[in-house]
Design a binder for this molecule. Structure first.
Ligand SMILES: O=C(O)CCC(=O)C(=O)O
Ligand SMILES: [Fe+2]
Length: 208
């Protein structure tokens, strides 16, 4: 009889899938939270986070972002995201618990988190790098996902001969973006016409 390999067989003892890319380094921890834990975190984040509908000015017109966002962190760490100046909301215990998990895997401390709530497939985030000047250069970013599964694509900023990378981010996973990944690569969560469950993503960062 052929046994179907589970992700645990392939990545036992909480070791990550290493995604080898030139000019960067990605580690993907599958099911770092159990399905039950992940769905509890999703429900609590949906309720406890102070979600906002932000807008950007595009060609002189105000456009709502295709997702809800929130920004939490240590006091006095302001940050500009897509032209929007944001003051962090103070940490809540729920976020501090998730932060501790991310810090253990990343072997680094974080002082802020950007949260995105993708309500449907028409929500997404377009090509960008998390390389704003406020962020400490080449410092780990930990991306935690709860809820629906979404595609996460990466493309090299300058070398079009380097193949795009596609990752599938499932509920309870943590993706670490390490080294020079933000310096050389863009990433996006594309919109999709397929039905997808709502998804909450947290990116833990370090602001200087
Ligand atoms: O939702 C994701 O997986 C990525 C979010 C992201 O890239 C960001 O917040 O900068
Ligand atoms: Fe990002």
């Amino acid at each position: 009889m052929i046994k179907q390999l589970s992700l645990f067989d392939i990545y036992p003892n909480g070791s990550p899938e290493e995604i080898i890319i030139s000019d960067g380094h990605l580690q993907l921890y599958h099911s770092i939270f159990s399905d039950v834990e992940a769905s509890r975190y999703y429900d609590r984040l949906e309720k406890e986070i102070c979600w906002q509908q932000d807008s950007i000015i595009l060609f002189g017109k105000s456009q709502p972002l295709p997702r809800l966002t929130a920004w939490y962190g240590d006091p006095e760490r302001s940050y500009t995201y897509s032209g929007i100046a944001m003051e962090p909301t103070p940490w809540i215990p729920l976020l501090q618990t998730i932060k501790t998990k991310a810090e253990t895997l990343a072997k680094a401390t974080f002082n802020s988190v950007l949260l995105n709530f993708y309500r449907t497939g028409t929500d997404g985030v377009s090509w960008h790098a998390d390389d704003e000047p406020e962020l400490k250069k080449n410092y780990p970013i930990a991306s935690v996902s709860f809820g629906g599964t979404r595609r996460f694509l990466l493309k090299h900023k300058t070398d079009p001969t380097i193949e795009k990378v596609e990752l599938i981010l499932t509920s309870g996973s943590i993706l670490l973006m390490l080294g020079t990944t933000q310096e050389y690569w863009l990433h996006q969560v594309p919109k999709t016409k397929k039905f997808v469950e709502p998804r909450i993503n947290l990116t833990f960062r370090f602001i200087q």
